[in-house]
Design a protein around this ligand. Structure first.
Ligand SMILES: Nc1ncnc2c1ncn2[C@@H]1O[C@H](COP(=O)(O)OP(=O)(O)O)[C@@H](O)[C@H]1O
Ligand SMILES: [Mg+2]
Length: 338
């Protein structure tokens, strides 16, 4: 967490937490480690133990990314695909196994937002010092990815939510492993490889990533929803992993939930596996609290899981979509019983 350049004071702006001194960021780091140790078992091992089914091309390029880090080479990867295609899961697994193997690699994850300014990522002129006649930088969070022995890793999630203005800073990092601070003569090294993910479907708050930035990536991988068999395995793995106790009761719902989601997807809304996974979460909670579930309960939870993903549609489109989804799911559930 602390800065990699002794001359630079760190200003971490990460997940809405602002820290102004390296000492304090060490405290924060320790606090986080303690928090991690206290996490219940499933959360701690989530990244490591879940298997990513299929998505072979993505996994292959992630292996190459890890190899480039080991060898100290420049290599940047862009993964594009709809929500819920295991992009984040696969990246987290790659980073965590690389860390196990070569030790603590400097790593920073930033999530794209239209409101983020370049200074939120790279930092800004140190005004206090400037007043005293010195020119220095309060380094931003990206500098925590600066690696000395091996290149560090910048994971830019939802890259195309950054504005074009902010996207520019990735160009210099990717091409030259350094950052030049606007309106100053200051340049700082930032030896890190960039792995970026982005979602092609989302319509709100998205930027078209300019060609000159795309050009800096060694490869752009496109992932998509897996086939039905794989989606059934995803549902089964999730249920076995988190709700083993209810797995046999929930098993008969995998097919209806997955089939309905795939059918609704064909109507043009990108409903990913999270729709049926969060429905299964709700149903496991029902089983745990009241011990039984009926078809109406399944449909109600499914509708509410879907509702939170279609906020972009107009109101009457939303209700039309929801009623189509519940009719389809009822058909599947009643068909499954026969
Ligand atoms: N191919 C897959 N194999 C295993 N689990 C998957 C797969 N695709 C999706 N999932 C499940 O869906 C969840 C969401 O995936 P995530 O990595 O967050 O998606 P993305 O970052 O692409 O939006 C994962 O945590 C996992 O439980
Ligand atoms: Mg993601």
């Amino acid at each position: 967490m602390a800065t990699n350049d002794a001359n630079v004071r760190t200003r971490v702006h990460y997940h809405k937490i602002r820290v102004f001194s390296p000492e304090f960021s060490i405290v924060l780091h320790l606090a986080r480690s303690v928090q991690i140790l206290l996490m219940p078992h499933p959360v701690l091992s989530y990244m490591v133990e879940l298997v990513v089914f299929g998505q072979e091309e993505m996994k292959r390029y992630l292996r190459l990314f890890a190899e480039a880090i080991r060898l100290g080479l420049r290599f940047h990867l862009l993964i594009e695909g709809p929500p819920g295609t295991a992009k984040t899961l696969a990246v987290n697994q790659m980073v965590s196994s690389l860390k196990k193997e070569v030790g603590d690699i400097p790593y920073v994850r930033v999530t794209g937002s239209q409101d983020a300014l370049p200074s939120d990522l790279i930092g800004d002129l140190d005004i206090g010092k400037y007043r005293e006649g010195e020119m220095d930088i309060l380094a931003g969070p990206l500098f925590s990815a600066h690696g000395r022995d091996t290149p560090g890793i910048v994971y830019a999630d939802e890259l195309n939510r950054f504005s074009e203005y902010t996207l520019i800073i990735f160009t210099e990092i990717m091409a030259e492993w350094q950052v030049s601070f606007p309106k100053t003569p200051i340049t700082k090294p930032l030896r890190a490889n960039v792995i970026a993910t982005m979602n092609p479907y989302d319509i709100s708050g998205i930027t078209e990533v300019p060609q000159h930035i795309l050009d800096r990536f060694n490869a752009r991988i496109v992932v998509n929803y897996p086939d039905k068999e794989t989606e059934l395995r995803i549902a089964a793995q999730h249920t076995e992993y988190y709700y083993k106790k209810f797995a046999s009761r929930l098993k008969s719902l995998f097919h209806p939930l997955v089939s309905t989601t795939r059918a609704m997807r064909k109507l043009g809304v990108p409903l990913g596996p999270r729709i049926y996974l969060s429905t299964l979460d709700l149903l496991a909670l029902e089983l745990s609290s009241i011990g039984s579930i009926d078809n109406d309960t399944v449909i109600q939870h499914y509708e509410n899981a879907v509702r939170s993903r279609i906020g972009n549609l107009e109101e009457d489109k939303q209700s039309e979509f929801l009623s189509t989804a519940s009719i389809a799911l009822r058909g599947e559930l009643e068909g499954a019983k026969k």
